[in-house]
Design a protein around this ligand. Structure first.
Ligand code: PSV
Ligand code: MN
Length: 423
């Protein structure tokens, strides 16, 4: 993103932004809020981009590539660099191996550094068979009944850690598709035990300054049982493994109406929340843009996170998006998702938690609700814009993306038929 172009773009929108910010500042002036500090906190908050969300997602019924999709890891890092240059809020990429196979680590690292991009958690993939694999994962990986398959899956995870070490990553995310689709297919407790033992081997290979993130999911691709179906199972596994093992909450991995904010609060309380995969959904793992369906739920989750950060001094969390779908330009979608995450974070920062505590003490249910909704109903977008502006980003990232025809440029560069790796 050319700095001069960006400056002239911002200049056109600056007056409008100032009016909006002024209005909000006046609105908040009666409250004892340090707006400068708040703006700094919002500005510092970064959300990692998954390498697999940079191309168009698909469903099992079809995929409609948009053109200009990233082919190599370098392309993907460049795309994240572009997002970050516009929003100054996405300074890391999360790689999925072997969808991304780093070959020249130093080269990749220096490209990323030149774009101010770091490497967040590396993800292993034992849910798909790879051509070089001896054994199939059709009937599971870390939980497989056959030791050789388990060993292959364990070794893959070790290889992923090796790649991560070379890139400066500090976490491994494991999501298992292991499970069954028919009653009687597996012995539940044996599968659990084998999973735990496999995880032990991976955990003992993990560098001392790394985290292990264990992601749970209630169903899909298996529909009767999953080996790690819920946060309870993920918690038990991480508890048995040790301090550096934690749970990863993917917002789409809950049955309808699950109270995710409560899960988040308890995991933080137990020091077992390690990271997030943000997305939104109506029914299941829909992988829709963050904040597009249930923004109030997202806000409530952020309230628990803010409380956790403040009260429990929880600071080592990995914030990642995991969304990819069929309809929108993936880069536009990611810009929208990051914006919605930051808006929710900003609103959660504005909640008067002391007042909430007092209302809770009094069992004043009406006030409890009002205190939360007062913050939720504020239009905090000017604060998010201001924080971005202070870091040299675009006042309106999405509009800038369109104005400067980035998709057309990417199509010219990579072709109309370029197809990204992923599901
Ligand atoms: C599984 O549904 C998941 O959420 C895991 O994080 C995988 O790594 C990712 O999606 C694959 O698309
Ligand atoms: Mn996920």
């Amino acid at each position: 993103m050319n700095k001069e172009q960006l400056n002239s773009f911002n200049k056109k929108h600056l007056d409008e932004h100032k009016i909006n910010l002024d209005y909000l500042t006046k609105n908040l002036s009666k409250k004892s809020i340090d707006l400068d500090l708040l703006t700094k906190r919002i500005g510092k908050f970064q959300i990692s981009i998954p390498s697999w969300a940079l191309g168009t997602g698909g469903t099992r019924f079809g995929r409609f590539p948009i053109g200009g999709e990233p082919i190599s890891i370098e392309d993907k890092i460049n795309d994240v660099g572009l997002i970050h240059s516009l929003n100054k809020s996405s300074n890391a990429i999360s790689l999925h191996i072997p969808w991304d196979i780093p070959r020249n680590h130093e080269k990749i690292k220096s490209l990323a550094k030149s774009l101010e991009i770091k490497f967040d958690a590396v993800n292993s993939n034992t849910f798909q068979d790879q051509p070089k694999n001896h054994f199939s994962y059709k009937h599971g990986s870390l939980s497989h009944i056959n030791k050789s398959v388990r060993e292959q899956a364990i070794n893959h995870n070790k290889e992923v850690i090796d790649h991560g070490i070379k890139l400066g990553s500090k976490a491994l995310t494991i999501w298992l598709a292991d499970g069954t689709s028919f009653p009687g297919q597996h012995n539940f407790s044996d599968s659990f035990q084998r999973t735990l033992e496999s995880l032990h081997e991976i955990y003992s290979y993990l560098p001392k300054d790394w985290k292990l993130l264990i992601e749970y999911k209630p169903y899909e691709p298996n529909f009767y049982s999953m080996v790690i179906p819920d946060w309870g199972t993920s918690y038990v596994l991480s508890d048995k493994l040790g301090n550096r093992a934690t749970s990863l909450v993917d917002l789409g991995h809950h049955l309808p109406n699950t109270n995710i904010e409560q899960i988040v609060a308890i995991l933080i309380h137990l020091k077992k929340l390690g990271g997030f995969h943000f997305n939104d959904s109506k029914y299941g793992d829909d992988d829709l843009s963050v904040g597009s369906i249930k923004p109030y739920q997202l806000f409530l989750i952020f309230c628990e996170l803010v409380k956790g950060i403040e009260e429990k001094k929880e600071s080592n969390l990995s914030w990642m998006i995991d969304a990819s779908h069929n309809l929108k330009d993936p880069l536009e979608d990611l810009l929208q998702s990051v914006e919605n995450i930051k808006i929710s974070f900003a609103k959660a920062l504005l909640v008067d938690y002391e007042k909430l505590k007092s209302a809770q003490k009094e069992n004043d249910v009406t006030s409890c609700q009002s205190i939360l909704q007062e913050a939720f109903n504020l239009d905090v977008r000017p604060l998010v814009v201001e924080s971005r502006l202070q870091h040299g980003g675009a006042i309106k990232p999405l509009e800038a993306f369109r104005k400067f025809n980035f998709r057309e440029k990417l199509i010219k560069l990579r072709g109309v038929n370029s197809k990204s790796t992923g599901l």
